[in-house]
Write a protein that binds this ligand. Structure first.
Ligand code: NAD
Length: 378
């Protein structure tokens, strides 16, 4: 059964109030006002696996002018550069940082290079959108935020799923009390590969789900316990299991892995009224709302009988815009208006805090580690 539930969002606290703000409108290439605004010169650093998606979206957005692309690999540069002849190509990021026509850069390089590249770009006066995670330590992340703030430049982190229409639809269901009180959330993000060279699966994949959880629940977890293993390569865990305790007794379980037989991107939310399955691998019905649950019916004084409720399964209508396009569009709007991005530098630091706590827990055999968030407001 399909429905088109467009009930208003009801944000209440900081994270949700912030992230409930409507997304930047997607510029229409044919719009007269869009054509009157001068395009923002942008460059992309990193033409590996993810970079070409970034570059395609930057090139398609009417408000940006893709001026340059950069990669250490000449081969990658040539392969991608052929598709964008109007953009010049370089293996030295310093060259594009010295170009005054480039106002903004998108960094899509390995995680360990984010901090030095973003720092250099901000010091050169560029607005920066950097892939997740922002950096590899809280200290580095905080330094980058301070740098952006003192330079008056936009620093945004590519927590792409916060811009994803199905994730935003689930947020709407949560905020309009369709699910009731959230009991627990169970997430699996597993596949065969892609193994990263510089970070473990925790730092590679978990940022996606942590950013989704913070967006949905509007607050950071109180604590985390985590276990991980490296079965394939020494040193970098290829599988990790995290248990996160949020305020209001909400429990979340996250399984991330590069070592699984098939691709799973499946999240289950169990609430007191209804349950949701968000499956990002599904082509069409990515979100399904199950009118299922267990009710406690009083039987006699102090005694209850359990009744099982099994009603309709509804798949709400969801727009089909590419999340990366929406993210790049939001970056453009933040540069133009000076607005705070939905996934600004400090939000990126909050994710690093949780990753760092999970890493400490793994190093301590799964001990419960407190997360010290910047703000906690559930
Ligand atoms: N948002 C998402 O859904 C998503 C998906 C995949 C990857 N990512 C992120 O994108 C980033 C890149 O991941 P990837 O899988 O494309 O990695 P990759 O290794 O395939 O590509 C990285 C590229 O960066 C280049 N590079 C490295 N250092 C450089 C430097 N100093 N200057 C210029 N180029 C440099 C490399 O030569 C390589 O071509 C990571 O931060 C990753 O977390 C995000």
């Amino acid at each position: 059964m399909m429905s088109d539930d467009r009930s208003a969002l009801q944000g209440s606290d900081t994270w949700s109030a912030l992230t409930n703000a409507p997304l930047a409108s997607v510029p229409n290439p044919k719009s007269k006002t869009e054509n009157l605004k001068s395009p923002v010169g942008v460059a992309a650093i990193g033409c590996g696996y993810w970079g070409p998606n970034v570059i395609r979206n930057l090139a398609e957005l009417p408000g940006f002018r893709l001026r340059a692309i950069c990669d250490l690999s000449r081969e990658r540069l040539e392969a991608i550069g052929r598709r964008y002849p109007a953009a010049w190509a370089t293996t030295r990021y310093e060259e594009l940082l010295g170009d005054p026509e480039i106002e903004a850069v998108y960094v899509a390089t390995p995680v360990s290079t984010h901090y030095p590249l973003v720092r250099a770009a901000l010091r050169s006066g560029k607005h920066v959108l950097v892939e997740k995670p922002l950096a590899t330590s809280v200290e580095q992340g905080e330094e980058l935020c301070e740098l952006a703030s003192s330079a008056g430049r936009t620093l945004m982190v590519g927590h792409t799923f916060v811009y994803s229409p199905p994730v935003r639809k689930v947020k709407e269901l949560l905020d309009t009390d369709v699910l009731g009180q959230v009991f627990y959330i169970d997430i699996a993000r597993v596949n065969l590969g892609l193994f990263q060279k510089d970070v473990s699966v925790l730092w590679d994949l978990a940022p996606h789900d942590l950013s989704i959880l913070l967006y949905w629940l509007g607050c950071a977890p109180l604590d985390v316990s985590a276990r991980g293993r490296s079965f394939v390569k020494d040193g970098l865990d290829d599988v990790a299991f995290l248990t996160l305790q949020f305020p209001n007794e909400v429990l979340a379980q996250l399984h991330v892995s590069w070592l699984a037989p098939s691709k799973l991107r499946r999240t289950t939310i169990v609430g007191s009224k209804r349950m949701v399955v968000y499956d990002d691998v599904e082509a069409v019905e990515k979100v399904k709302v199950f009118d299922r649950g267990v009710d406690r019916v009083p039987e006699s004084f102090g005694e209850f009988q359990l009744t099982y409720r099994s009603g309709d399964v509804v798949s709400p209508k969801i727009e089909n815009t590419e999340p990366l396009y929406l993210q790049c569009s939001h970056f453009l709007e933040c540069i133009r208006t000076g607005c705070r991005p939905l996934t600004a530098g400090p939000d990126g630091v909050e994710i690093i805090r949780i990753l760092a706590a999970a890493q400490r827990s793994m190093n301590n055999g799964g001990a419960i580690e407190p997360v010290q968030p910047r703000r906690r407001s559930c």
